[in-house]
Design a protein. Sequence first.
Length: 360
Amino acid sequence: MSTARAAPIYTSTIEGALQGLLEEAPGIPLRPSDRVVILSDLHLGDGGTRDDFRHNSGLVHHALRDYYLDRGFSLVLNGDIEELQRFRYHAIRDTWAGLLSLFSQFRARTALYRVLGNHDESLPAAAEESEGPFLRAVRFLVDGGTLFVFHGHQATIFFERFNGVSGFFLRHVANRLRIPNVPVMYESRKKYLTEHRVYAFSSTRKVVSIIGHTHRPLFESLSKIDTLRFRIEQLCRDHSLASPQARKVIETAISSCRAELERLWEKDRQNGLRSSLYSEHLSIPCLFNSGCAIGKRGFTAVEIGGGRIALVHWFDRLRGERHMSEDGRSAERLGTTSYYRAVLKEDRLQYVFTRIRLLT
């Protein structure tokens, strides 16, 4: 009986924390012409072998400088940018001075929003005042609804109350054993609980939440596996109505989607990703996740602009990665570099908010 009573209290605590975040977050109106890119979980270290950001550093720097800044995007750094639970701030600052200077260029030319996560929550005490302000969340107000951006660890009691314990483990245990950040997040099934809580909160408040923290990219509350399943189903329906020439193109797309689905299916067999996160018959498109910048195949980000929202993947072609956009377009090359940008999923914000309003 005591367990049954404890669950609502626990849930109520999480709901209260998220409601407090929503209420305190500054509201920033977005015009149709405004463009915003959201990145999270860079985990900047000291440049050594334990620095998970090293292998994507050039890719991220070029994408930010030569694509997003050049095209007038504002930048949201949605938590866990500096890995302060493992490294000292001065070591991070000295190693990644160029990238930190690039952040300042966004502040000067467009806008920069620094949202704190559980790995960099001590940043205000370590960084210069000019590097702020440091926020716990931000709300972007668009025609039709609210985009609620926060890191996501606030939906987990442990990180809210015992973040210091986590930091002690990472600095004094994980560092010595050379344990990287990726397994810490990916192998923990608690991420599903975190996502489910944010999903439940967002659907009841009729807002779109954009988080990081779990390192798992999500678009309209769907994982990549879920998205591929729906994509294959839609392609099969399109095939029956298409011309003979178009059918060949569709068959190639189906084959590509099946191969990717099988790869993910096998890769995530042990992590429980085969089943959807949500048991509802109709998924409410209220939860997005920008993923992380320390992936083996590149980094993901969420883009907002022109009344649309997109999940994109940046990768280095020299690593053998190849991507197509969801509409069959080839990935876009960044100048003469080996870096490419692929749109994994894209939709109209008005459509997203209409579905939230009608389905909740």
